[in-house]
Ligand binder design. Structure first.
Ligand SMILES: Nc1nc2c(ncn2[C@@H]2O[C@H](COP(=O)(O)OP(=O)(O)O)[C@@H](O)[C@H]2O)c(=O)[nH]1
Ligand SMILES: [Mg+2]
Length: 376
């Protein structure tokens, strides 16, 4: 796609946003990461009502690697409206046979560790090698992600201009389960469009590490030297999720400290259980600014893929992740259904009061709520 590209008339009405601004909210807007698009904008208010894409058009467009169709398909599956949901699921169902052929890499680390800068450096490196790279951000902790997207967009300026790459911000709004579902589906849509490397950046803190771990093959923990473990919020639990630790900013005066930190982490890693069966997690250094160590970490990831595929652990993890996904959707549905249940709503306040005042034990309170829900 070039700057001269004009939106075809079958573009859905709500896709107009992606042409009118270079930074958009995840759900409604969608973009394909090309800042130049802003210049081809058709002013929104003059945009005529457009025919929606059909399921076949979405599917064909994505499979053909059409960036427009890709952006719109993601917008569709991210949408919270019921009509979009049903259509999105049908699109996804048809795309599924064309998914899975990528390496999914999660990147975590405290804000400021250099995740976005690293992703840009690795992404550009991989594009040069002929890979097609999709970058997604997952932020389950925030309902409004505009701020972080803006930051990421400006820092991935070069990568966002590369036509072999596709950058998609975190879907905004919704529950934790919603964001997880949307991100997983976005990964699949990107794979169907031919992206063979999926980079997922955790944005925000808290639950994002485990969320992202549950959807990727390789999990990379980015660190910085000298910040102190407590400052980096690095708990043993998070180190145990990682397939590699990467001490970033190993440049200039910081290089010596970065190497010392690497040695420290390697010692600590000896005592931890491995994140992936049959793989030893080690620490490495890199500079996302000058590019040193970027190729080496890609080699680590490639070796991982090779070894873990050969042992069967790769496929086993993906199968487990798929089943986890199924049950997390079931749980999400049940939770919503329970809390939206009129009967439950009618007795909740009284039961809560009774239980906090010690009139009934929590077990009885739970039983009463469940009985009400099940219609006993
Ligand atoms: N010296 C140096 N600075 C870096 C490096 N990587 C990132 N930075 C800087 O660290 C800051 C935070 O980077 P960013 O990628 O936004 O971190 P994120 O919050 O983890 O995504 C920015 O000012 C970057 O320029 C690096 O390898 N070396
Ligand atoms: Mg960032």
């Amino acid at each position: 796609m070039t700057k001269k590209h004009h939106k075809p008339d079958w573009v859905p009405e709500n896709a107009g946003k992606e042409f009118t601004t270079s930074v958009m909210s995840g759900v409604e807007g969608g973009h394909d990461g090309i800042p130049g698009q802003a210049s081809v904008a058709v002013p929104r208010k003059h945009t005529p009502r457009r025919r929606r894409l059909t399921v076949d058009e979405y599917v064909a467009g994505v499979l053909a690697g059409d960036r427009n169709a890709l952006g719109q398909a993601i917008t569709l599956v991210e949408s919270n409206s019921q009509a979009h949901f049903d259509m999105g699921q049908e699109v996804l169902r048809q795309l599924i046979p064309h998914t899975g052929n990528s390496i999914r890499i999660g990147i975590t680390g405290v804000p400021g560790a250099g995740k976005s800068t690293f992703i840009e450096a690795l992404g550009l490196h991989l594009c040069e090698q002929g890979h097609k790279v999709a970058v997604l951000a997952v932020d389950p902790s925030s309902t409004v992600t505009r701020g972080s997207i803006l930051g990421d967009k400006t820092r991935m300026e070069l990568l966002s201009r590369d036509l072999r790459a596709f950058i998609r911000p975190s879907p905004s709004s919704g529950t934790l389960g919603g964001v997880t579902r949307k991100s997983r589906e976005t990964i699949l849509v990107c794979e169907a469009a031919g992206f063979d490397v999926i980079l997922v950046e955790t944005v925000g803190v808290g639950q994002s590490e485990t969320t992202v771990r549950s959807m990727v093959d390789f999990f990379l923990l980015l660190m910085i030297a000298g910040a102190g473990d407590e400052l980096q919020g690095i708990k043993k639990g998070i180190m145990e999720l990682a397939d590699a630790l990467l001490v970033n900013k190993a440049d200039g005066d910081n290089k010596i400290r970065a190497n010392a930190a690497k040695a420290d982490y390697n010692r600590a890693l000896h005592y931890l259980a491995p994140a992936t069966e049959g793989w030893r997690t080690k620490a490495y250094t890199c500079s996302s600014l000058n590019g040193e160590g970027i190729d080496a970490i890609w080699k680590v990831i490639s070796d991982f893929r090779q070894q873990i595929t050969a042992s069967g652990a790769f496929e086993k993890r993906r199968q487990r992740q798929t089943l986890d996904w199924v049950y997390s959707m079931v749980e999400e549905h049940l939770r919503t259904s329970f809390f939206n249940h009129a009967g439950v709503g009618s007795i909740r306040a009284d039961i809560e009061e009774a239980v906090v005042n010690g009139h009934i034990p929590p077990t009885v309170a739970a039983q009463q709520l469940i009985h009400k829900y099940e219609g006993h």
